[in-house]
Ligand binder design. Structure first.
Ligand SMILES: O=c1ccn([C@@H]2O[C@H](COP(=O)(O)O)[C@@H](O)[C@H]2O)c(=O)[nH]1
Length: 298
């Protein structure tokens, strides 16, 4: 490890430890911050960079909670919905990430990045390097150029105390056409190979305590948790957090996730965007919706 990377790591616990502490303190809920044009309109906000900033600030205010502390373990801004506005949209995202950091709430940039290794290093610096204005606590990655092509991001995450979430079994029905391939064969499904690769990656970062989370998490949709069982995925063995989008608006439920994830449930971070954001623009109504979701998740 270089002197620079040592300095960068000083003062920041590894992402897995920070996420575990937040989930223990608050519960397994992540608020997706998705400034869709329709939501902005229903909140009475313009679909402009200023509108995105106001939307994100209200979501953060609700999530950060009052004197009792945060109502979420993490926030997941959807990068695409900021990118729609070009550089001004990305500036709104930078502002949001800085405000969340200031409020002490973890952020997961939902950017779904993935590229050949040399370019991947650029994405890793953009989302995981201390020097970048877009740095979040974690970023979502797509492994479909090969799990190993994501190596620069794994290294950046380990070096800076940040994390990654690799797409394994996505919440959308179309995901099956790629992720289930090979299920009938000896080598197993594409998803099962992603799961095994993430487990191998985390092995060097975790100890005996089963609740410890390594830096490489997976995305496993709330809507497909039961499929994970049918595909024989050893999700509890990953030793990383399982980001579960699709809770709420896409039909994923707390009961369905608890049943579907089974022994992996303690690692699950359920994430909902529209299902919570529809309660806005009132910060107090957003906070009430977050509390209802938390109660649901138990
Ligand atoms: O498998 C996946 C991976 C990512 N997502 C993202 O999560 C949110 C879901 O929004 P809702 O409004 O709660 O449906 C969105 O940003 C997706 O891009 C996903 O849904 N499924």
């Amino acid at each position: 490890m270089s002197g620079t990377s040592e300095r960068r790591h000083v003062g920041r616990e590894p992402f897995g430890a920070r996420l575990r502490a937040a989930m223990d303190r608050v519960g397994p809920l992540c608020l997706g911050v998705d400034p869709h044009p329709g939501l902005l309109q229903s909140w009475g906000l313009p679909d402009t960079p200023a509108g995105l900033e106001a939307f994100s600030a209200a979501a953060l205010e609700a999530a950060a909670g009052g004197s009792d502390g945060p109502l979420v373990a993490a926030l997941k801004p959807q990068v695409a919905l900021y990118e729609r506005h070009g550089s001004a949209g990305l500036a709104a995202l930078e502002t949001f990430l800085a405000q969340a950091r200031e409020a002490g709430v973890l952020t997961i940039a939902d950017a779904k990045r993935g590229d050949i290794g040399s370019t991947m290093a650029g994405y890793a610096s953009a989302w995981l390097d201390d020097a970048s204005p877009l740095a979040a606590d974690a970023v979502t990655l797509s492994p479909y150029l090969g799990f190993e092509s994501l190596r620069p991001a794994f290294e950046a995450a380990a070096r800076t105390g940040r994390g990654v979430f690799v797409l394994a079994l996505t919440s959308n029905p179309e995901g099956a056409s790629v992720q289930h391939v090979g299920a009938e064969q000896e080598q197993g499904s594409v998803a099962s190979r992603i799961v095994a690769a993430a487990a191998a990656e985390n092995a060097a970062h975790v100890g005996e305590d089963e609740r410890e989370l390594g830096p490489v998490g997976l995305v496993v949709g709330a809507t497909v948790a039961e499929r994970a069982h049918a595909l024989g995925l050893d999700l509890a063995g990953v030793r990383g957090a399982l980001l579960a989008p699709g809770f709420g608006a896409q039909g994923g439920t707390a009961a369905g996730m608890r049943e579907g994830f089974g022994p992996a449930w303690p690692a699950v971070l359920a994430t909902s965007s529209r299902g919570i954001l529809a309660a806005g623009p009132s910060v107090s109504r957003l906070a009430e919706q977050l509390k209802r979701n938390l109660a649901d998740l138990g």
